[in-house]
Design a protein. Structure first.
Length: 256
């Protein structure tokens, strides 16, 4: 598995592996429809839902510079392919009307229809390696090869809080819905919590979960937020189901 995203409704989740994308039903982990094989020359890098869970974007950029928009009714129709020459990353925002687009070290906001650039958000010192949009508000995030995460307000175009410096470029991360904390999935084992306003990592124990949901150093594959935003939802490294959960509030980890 390469990418995983849990729908805000809690009813489905999306996964990708190499060049294939698939939707699953959360209650029993049953597949919805057939796997979708993208007609592209590069692997899928990112999947993301809109806030109402009706659309999901699948980015397979770099070589073919494409972002596919699919309906979550069956994971296949309607199918829209957006091509922006030179883009290295792209994802849909929570409204489904805008795209967050990376061009090497530059981050831009685009309108989906008609396809046009709205504004340049800013730059990293080195190339961007990950981007994402909050499903709950106008916040977005980007990670560069400079090991710095920046948070952006898509409505104003301004940067939010202080840069979070020293984050491994192979990490995966997601914003808590209130935008105050960034959860960082490190080395397939643990979750760190970073404070957006100060750019500092929370001290104390880090979170690791075993297949039984106990605190340990066992691995897990991907993570996201539950539909009520109160828990992190983690997919185990062996892709077993049901998903494991952990508290959203990083200060609760000491008692978890």
């Amino acid at each position: 598995m390469r990418s995983f995203h849990h729908a805000p409704t809690g009813e489905t989740f999306a996964t990708s592996c190499a060049r294939e994308f698939r939707l699953w039903r959360s209650r029993d982990a049953a597949p919805i429809g057939e796997a979708v094989a993208l007609n592209s020359t590069s692997k899928i890098r990112l999947v993301q839902y809109t806030s109402d869970g009706t659309l999901v974007s699948v980015c397979s950029s770099v070589r073919d510079a494409q972002c596919h928009i699919l309906s979550t009714v069956d994971g296949q129709q309607p199918r829209e392919v957006i091509e922006i020459p030179g883009m290295t990353f792209a994802t849909i925002d929570h409204t489904g009307e805008r795209l967050l687009v990376g061009f090497w070290n530059r981050l831009e906001l685009w309108r989906r229809s008609p396809l046009e650039r709205i504004k340049v958000l800013g730059n990293h010192d080195r190339n961007i390696v990950q981007i994402g949009c909050s499903m709950h508000n106008d916040l977005a995030y980007s990670l560069g090869e400079d090991r710095t995460v920046r948070i952006w307000n898509l409505a104003t175009g301004e940067r939010v809080g202080r840069p979070m410096v020293g984050i491994d470029i192979n990490s995966r991360f997601i914003l808590r819905p209130d935008g105050q904390w960034l959860a960082v999935h490190v080395q397939g084992k643990i979750v760190e919590h970073w404070h957006v306003a100060t750019g500092r990592r929370l001290g104390g124990p880090k979170l690791g979960l075993s297949g039984k949901g106990q605190l340990s150093w066992a691995g897990f594959e991907e993570f996201g937020y539950s539909s009520d935003s109160r828990e992190l939802v983690l997919l185990s490294a062996d892709n077993t189901y049901p998903l494991m959960t952990a508290p959203t509030d990083p200060r609760a980890l000491r008692a978890f």
